[in-house]
Structures are given as structure tokens and as C-alpha cells.
Design a protein around this ligand. Structure first.
Ligand SMILES: NC(=O)c1ccc[n+]([C@@H]2O[C@H](COP(=O)([O-])OP(=O)(O)OC[C@H]3O[C@@H](n4cnc5c(N)ncnc54)[C@H](OP(=O)(O)O)[C@@H]3O)[C@@H](O)[C@H]2O)c1
Length: 324
């Protein structure tokens, strides 16, 4: 099978003006993107570790690093940072060669709560700094309490504290996750010292996020695609999409490789999760789809009926929809 891992393809980050654009004519996929606000180079593929259980997440991280991944997408709430950190140290890969992302949980948005929870993540991961720290969800809510309306609607005080964490050297880049366009515009209407580096959102065949992708391109914001294979509940459906299967057959790739390649070709970072060693390796072997095949998959993904996305609003007892 003639496939190329991202580490073997062009190492040039995308020019600022191309971030978020659909790259139908690419002949090779970028291994990294350049973050417009800092110029830092972020690897295009990460191993996602949500729902990676104890005693399996560490092995997955070690398999990934051995296979060539240099980007781990984690979060404080995944409750596996200590095992991830141990695996990073055991791997022997120098700390500065790996991009580590963690996320600020909803209960810690008050400025005084941020540095202690960040320090907890740093201690568990066994590192002095994070490459990226994201506001995990646009909801400020302590357990058992109503949500903080002011801080949820305008998270500027949270953001200012995150900027301070950058100044202190504990974090290199800050960004957001699960923000819609309205929330991005609200946040960036404040006099930010540092613009959000990324917005990490659900993007998949089922939730292609065409409008957000267009907005991100126009506003120089990099998107990260979470649940890129459709997440546990829909991965089987994604890999069985006729267009995905046909393209895989034609190019001698697996369906998962076709989907992951398509994400990068759309201009987003992609975060597939797997704890299965063969799949961890498989998911890194990507290549650009020929324009006609890219267009075929893009057309299929953007023309089916809308599918519900991950939305915890009700489960968290909120009286509003997070995505409104
Ligand atoms: N910011 C947020 O709010 C947020 C929300 C959700 C997710 N995320 C991030 O995004 C990452 C990925 O999202 P996700 O875990 O929801 O979904 P996903 O990566 O789309 O799907 C993961 C599922 O696909 C399976 N899988 C992986 N590679 C496969 C392959 N090559 N062939 C067949 N099956 C394969 C995995 O199984 P095995 O593991 O058993 O191999 C697992 O069941 C998370 O780990 C997390 O880092 C962020």
C-alpha cells in the first residue's frame, strides 16, 4: 500500500490566508499548521484520549509516539492525565518534541480557580508547560450550582487569566472549544492581548461545520476536528459511507484513512482517538485525496440531512442551548 505518514510529507505550515480553506488541489497534506497568533507549528494529527481508560491510555500514548505522533489531545476532565504523563516520560521522546493540549473544565472558569487547576494538570502530566490550553466548553458552572451567567456570556475575565498564564510561561497557546460564531465574536470583541489560537469543535462526515469553517477561514482561526470519525457511536456508520468506501477502494487506503485525510485537506487539525494499536498506527497514514475524490466526499458530507451533534446542555441542567 502506497501511503505516507504525515511526518514524511511537506513540513511547511499553511500560510495564514489559507487556514481553514478547502484544499482540493493539494498533492500532499501538511504535517503541521502555523498558528496565526503565535507562529507556533502544531502537528496536524493528534491522538485523542477522551474515553481512553486506565491501563490502556498509557499504552496508546506510547504506541502513538513510537508510530510518529507528536501531538496528544487531552483534558483535565478525562481523568487520565497522570497516566498520559507517565507514558510521555517513559517514551523517551523529548518533551519539547511533543505538542500537549489540555483543557480548562467548566467548574474552574472563575479567575482565581484557573491557576490551581492548571497546576494540577501540569503536575499530573509531569511538565512545566502546556503547548495549548483550551476553555473546554463555553459554560462557567460549579458543581451543584446554577451556571454563572455573566462569565458564561462574556468569558473575558477567564481569558485574561489565561493570558496571564501565557505570560508566566505555563502555557504557550490559548484557545477555545465548543464555541459557536456568536460566542467567538463576543469573546474577540474584548480587548484581547492574545487572540484564540484554535477553536476545537465536533467536525465529522455527519457534522461538517461548513458555516464555521468558512467563518474561521475569513477570521484567521484554526479549527480542530473532534470526534472526526463520528465518535464511538457513529464510527461504524462513518466507515460504511458508500463514498468513503469507494474512495478507500480506489486509493488502496482504509476508510478511516480516507476520512482523516479529508479532514486535513479541509484545513483542520484532526484528533482521532484509538486505544487499539493497529488503528493508532493506521490513523497516522494519510495522504491528499485527488481533487475529484475530495470533492465527491465533501459533496456527500455537506448534502445529507443534519445530524444531532454532541450537546450536553440538557444533561448539565442548563436552561439554554450551548450552541445558540
Ligand atoms: N473538546 C471537546 O469537547 C471534545 C469532545 C469530544 C472529543 N474530543 C477530542 O477528540 C478526540 C476524538 O473524539 P472521539 O473519541 O469522540 O471520536 P473519534 O476519534 O471520532 O472516534 C473514536 C472511536 O473510533 C474508533 N476508531 C478509531 N480509529 C479507528 C479505525 N481506524 N477503525 C475503526 N475504528 C476506529 C475508536 O475505537 P478504539 O479506541 O477502540 O480503537 C473509538 O471507538 C477525543 O479523544 C478528544 O481528544 C474533544
Amino acid at each position: 500500500m502506497l501511503l505516507f505518514g504525515v511526518r514524511h510529507v511537506s513540513r511547511t505550515g499553511l500560510p495564514r490566508c489559507m487556514v481553514g480553506r478547502l484544499h482540493r488541489n493539494m498533492t500532499s497534506l501538511p504535517s503541521h499548521y502555523t498558528i496565526p497568533s503565535t507562529g507556533h507549528r502544531i502537528p496536524a494529527i493528534a491522538l485523542g484520549v477522551w474515553q481512553a481508560k486506565p491501563n490502556e491510555v498509557g499504552e496508546a500514548v506510547k504506541t502513538a509516539l513510537k508510530a510518529g505522533y507528536r501531538h496528544i489531545d487531552g483534558a483535565w476532565i478525562y481523568r487520565n492525565e497522570a497516566e498520559v504523563g507517565q507514558a510521555l516520560r517513559d517514551s523517551g521522546v523529548p518533551r519539547e518534541d511533543v505538542w500537549i493540549t489540555s483543557k480548562l473544565w467548566n467548574t474552574f472558569h472563575a479567575p482565581e480557580d484557573i491557576e490551581p487547576t492548571l497546576d494540577d494538570s501540569l503536575a499530573k502530566l509531569g511538565t512545566e508547560y502546556l503547548d495549548m490550553y483550551l476553555i473546554h466548553w463555553p459554560v462557567a458552572k460549579k458543581d451543584g450550582q446554577p451556571y454563572d451567567k455573566d462569565l458564561t456570556e462574556n468569558p473575558y475575565p477567564t481569558w485574561q487569566k489565561l493570558e496571564e498564564m501565557v505570560e508566566k510561561g505555563k502555557v504557550r497557546n490559548i484557545g477555545v472549544s465548543n464555541f459557536n460564531i456568536r460566542r467567538l465574536e463576543n469573546l474577540t470583541a474584548n480587548p484581547l492581548k492574545i487572540k484564540p489560537a484554535v477553536n476545537q469543535v465536533e467536525i465529522s462526515y455527519w457534522v461538517p461545520q461548513v458555516e464555521l469553517l468558512k467563518w474561521a477561514k475569513e477570521n484567521d482561526l484554526l479549527l480542530e476536528a473532534y470526534s472526526p470519525l463520528g465518535s464511538t457511536g457513529r464510527v461504524g456508520d462513518t466507515l460504511a459511507v458508500p463514498e468513503v468506501k469507494e474512495i478507500a477502494q480506489e486509493l488502496g487506503m482504509t476508510p478511516a484513512q480516507v476520512v482523516i485525510s479529508w479532514h486535513i485537506q479541509r484545513g483542520t487539525v484532526v484528533l482521532p482517538k484509538s486505544v487499539t494499536p493497529s488503528r493508532v498506527v493506521e490513523n497516522l497514514q494519510v495522504r491528499a485525496l485527488p481533487p475529484a475524490l475530495f470533492d465527491k466526499l465533501e459533496e456527500a458530507a455537506t448534502s445529507h440531512k443534519p445530524y444531532p451533534r454532541l450537546n450536553p446542555s440538557k444533561g448539565w441542567g442548563l436552561d439554554f442551548d450551548i450552541f445558540d
